[in-house]
Design a protein around this ligand. Structure first.
Ligand SMILES: [Zn+2]
Length: 203
């Protein structure tokens, strides 16, 4: 079938699907054909969900997480402690941490990390919101959960300087760095081993 013979509605959809990560023109066409094969109500439901994604989701004004209500259920939960604030770079990290069910404090999504090589500076991050939150005086401990990449390291040093300077009484911690569960020393890379040794625990 030549390009001209494809009905415009279909070729438009294929073009748009092709912009999704991992989908080229051929696989986009396959997805479009699958959507056509599905029962009508299932395909329409998918369309509705995509539509509502932009219509009904917003950012929580306190933590910057995606939510259908502002403040989000996490920020408005009275059972959660307000003295610990966990800082993550992206919302999906917050989601993963919270799904574990072991952390019952507050969150704030920084909105990325400092990337020195791309000259991604701090003004795109929610630093002002973080400082405002700390200024409220409820937070006693700030937990940095930014990951173990070099950008996370850069961001951590930058944050430490600003937060320690403005809020010397707030305890700052970060997630432990080191060997993942189930791993063996002989298979570890040098940097992970260096950090594991540096942050070793007393027994
Ligand atoms: Zn929230």
């Amino acid at each position: 079938m030549t390009q001209e013979r494809i009905p415009a509605v279909l070729s438009d959809l294929v073009k748009q699907l092709g912009k999704l990560p991992g989908l080229g023109p051929k696989s986009a066409m396959r997805v479009a054909m699958t959507l056509l094969e599905w029962p009508e109500n299932v395909t329409r439901k998918l369309g509705q969900s995509i539509f509502e994604l932009r219509d009904r989701l917003c950012l929580c004004s306190r933590c910057f997480g995606l939510t259908q209500s502002d403040p989000c259920p996490i920020c408005s939960d009275p059972q959660r402690t307000r003295s610990t604030l966990c800082l993550v770079s992206e919302w999906d990290s917050m989601l993963t941490l919270d799904q574990g069910g072991f952390y019952r404090g507050q969150y704030l999504v920084l909105g990325g990390l400092l990337v020195p090589l791309e000259q991604k500076s701090g003004d795109k991050l929610h630093m002002e919101a973080l400082l405002k939150r700390l200024a409220e005086g409820e937070v006693q401990e700030l937990i940095l959960a930014l990951g173990a990449t070099s950008d996370a390291e850069t961001t951590t040093s930058w944050l430490l300087q600003i937060v320690r300077d403005r809020f010397p009484n707030v305890r700052i911690s970060r997630l432990a760095q080191g060997m993942p569960l189930g791993s063996e020393v002989k298979y570890m890379d040098h940097e992970t081993l260096r950090q594991s040794l540096q942050f070793r625990q007393n027994l």
